[in-house]
Design a protein around this ligand. Structure first.
Ligand SMILES: [Zn+2]
Length: 142
């Protein structure tokens, strides 16, 4: 089988930050890398799930909601993927900053009732917000 594009990048050289990935059919994949890969520090499964709910909600309620194709966690728990159309890197960075700041103001996890989520008990709002605050600092340093 062919090696897929995301396995072709050398993860030892990948740093925390925002990395532009493939552009296919007009859709850009952004690598939101919160943690340096294979460095012993990973997002907890609960925080990963909570950040997914928080940022998916703020991104899909933003002015750019129609340009968001997908947002979701990496299985390796070092970051998230964001798929967009019609957005350059500067626009993605400013949107992410705005959505992270908004997510930090939420006092409950959106969509975390049993009927709204496939694993509704697996959430940690405090730890999820700590991960978002850490990533916001990374975005602010770009
Ligand atoms: Zn869920």
């Amino acid at each position: 089988m062919d090696k897929i594009p995301s396995f072709c990048k050398n993860h030892d050289e990948l740093t925390a930050g925002l990395h532009k990935g493939t552009v296919m059919h007009g859709v850009t994949t952004w690598d939101l890398r919160c943690k340096k890969p294979n460095a012993g520090d990973y997002i907890s499964p609960k925080a990963l799930h909570t950040v997914e709910h928080l940022l998916a909600t703020t991104l899909r309620n933003s002015a750019r909601r129609d340009d968001i194709i997908y947002f979701g966690p990496m299985g390796c728990r070092t970051g998230f993927y964001l798929l967009t159309v019609n957005m350059d890197e500067g626009e993605v960075i400013s949107l992410l900053k705005e959505c992270c700041r908004q997510a930090l103001k939420l006092d409950k996890v959106p969509g975390s009732r049993r009927e709204e989520c496939g694993n509704y008990l697996e959430h940690d709002l405090e730890d999820g917000k700590r991960e978002i605050a850490d990533y916001l600092k990374i975005l602010e340093s770009l």
